[in-house]
Design a protein around this ligand. Structure first.
Ligand code: HEC
Length: 208
């Protein structure tokens, strides 16, 4: 294995680790969703996960909106591209939902070699369920497609992460903020499809 390749893999692994730590660290970036607990967390299937989500989405959206970021305010009114919250190892082991604004309407149909139009925004909220059945809101992950040539190093994507209380974890569009580099390192693996992984088939709406 070449040196470059090894370094790259190590960098990715580090990124994933930091990511998990940032999410689950002792200084608790998570925010517990108040007055809501479920009885049998181990049996959480898609429809139960959807019920949980229906109960907490408003509270989560209010938290992210505090950031003042427009997408964080608007996203919960956008198209949702998954039919139920799904577990993702890529973003820490948490339940995710994917939303996209109008400009991003071609998201799930994007083929290799194609690119999303500038102005597309994809937003992914998240929550965790502990073994005790407690629900915690997680971060909001945002990818925004910038105008061609604005940020060639990131494939013209802007990466941002907003915590459940509305504080900003990082934003690649802020000068000198490298904290979102690990997002890009991993999304680079999907470079041939404009850095997008798309969501698992099983969780796409049946019309797709
Ligand atoms: C270790 C790999 C990895 C890291 C790190 C990562 N992602 Fe992702 N991301 C994925 C995968 C895999 C998917 C698609 C499946 C899923 O949702 O888990 C995805 C999907 C997304 C999507 C939906 C668009 C798409 O690709 O289909 C957004 C938005 C997103 N990630 C934002 C972020 C942001 C912002 C960060 C950093 C704060 C980040 N991601 C870090 C692997 C990663």
């Amino acid at each position: 294995m070449g040196k470059f390749r090894l370094e790259r893999i190590l960098a990715l692994a580090m990124g994933a680790l930091l990511f998990t730590q940032a999410q689950a660290g002792s200084d608790d970036p998570f925010k517990q969703v108040e007055h809501f607990k479920i009885e049998r967390p181990a049996n959480l299937d898609a429809s139960n996960a959807m019920d949980v989500y229906d109960n907490i989405i408003d509270q989560m959206a209010q938290g992210y909106a505090q950031s003042g970021y427009k997408s964080a305010k608007d996203y919960s009114n956008w198209r949702r591209d998954n039919n139920a919250p799904y577990l993702s190892a890529g973003h820490g082991n948490r339940f995710l939902n994917n939303y996209g604004n109008k400009i991003s309407s071609g998201y799930l149909k994007l083929r290799r070699g194609q690119k999303m139009p500038a102005g597309s925004v994809l937003a992914k909220d998240s929550f965790t369920v502990t073994d005790d059945g407690e629900i915690f809101a997680g971060a909001l992950f945002i990818m925004e497609k910038l105008a061609e040539g604005t940020s060639p190093d990131t494939g013209n994507w802007r990466y941002a992460m907003i915590m459940p209380d509305g504080s900003l974890f990082g934003d690649s569009a802020v000068k000198g903020d490298n904290s979102m580099q690990f997002c890009q390192d991993c999304h680079n693996l999907a470079k041939t499809r404009d850095y997008l992984f798309l969501i698992p088939w099983k969780f796409r709406p049946s019309s797709q």
